[in-house]
Write a protein that binds this ligand. Sequence first.
Ligand code: 13P
Length: 261
Amino acid sequence: MNHMRTIVAGNWKMNTDLASAEALVEGLVKEAAAFPEGVEVVIAPPFPFLEMAVKRCTGARIIVAAQNCHHHEKGAYTGEVSAVMLKSIGVKACIVGHSERRQYSGESDKLIGEKAAALLAQGLTPIFCCGEQKEEREGGHHFDVVTEQMKGALGRFSNPELERIVIAYEPVWAIGTGLTASKEQAQEMHAHIRALLHTHGASVAERVPILYGGSCNPGNAEGLFAQADVNGGLIGGASLVVEQFLELVRIAGAAQVGSRQ
Ligand code: 13P
């Protein structure tokens, strides 16, 4: 891992109820004072629990993110949640372009870019997800797929805007399957993404953290987080278990210290 920001983010997806969400937040808040220096810890609970999480995390080193938002500020969009609303309750970041939303809600790169723009307009950090499907990797198209996703969603942004985005590479075949990208596969894709960022200038490439996601857990994180272009993880299943998530935070801290020696 290089010297840029290190982030461990938990995407809770459609899991927990109020009681278990409170317990999960409390379990993390209790340990927050002991989080390693330089590791940013992010949790993305479901919408109904965001305000509770923001309140409980105030003063603790935990940033609260949403899992999705609408691309308009307000209006007749029944059931939707805007970046303005998220900002108003103290949410600081939001996942956009997760493969589950691409797959089940038909989100296009263009729409994902519009969501990221809505977030940036409110001063929130978009956590932009990209990643290829199994067949695309088997066909050798994985680099092209990720290039297209990046260009389609992020091509509209200026360099100062790009510098405020976090990228998560999540190969679809590794999400929730127990199959993880090897550390070599992760590093080569992260290096590819870094090179794409570099076409916008060195400062963009140097500032944008690139997280790995897909069956990342305490058993495989050490190798992944030690890669030069892996700046932490976007964690699904293991973020729902306090001890596992805390262990991932610890591993990210150790990897960061290792890279400085
Ligand atoms: P898992 O860690 O459960 O594979 O999920 C990864 C993910 O999709 C995080 O956004």
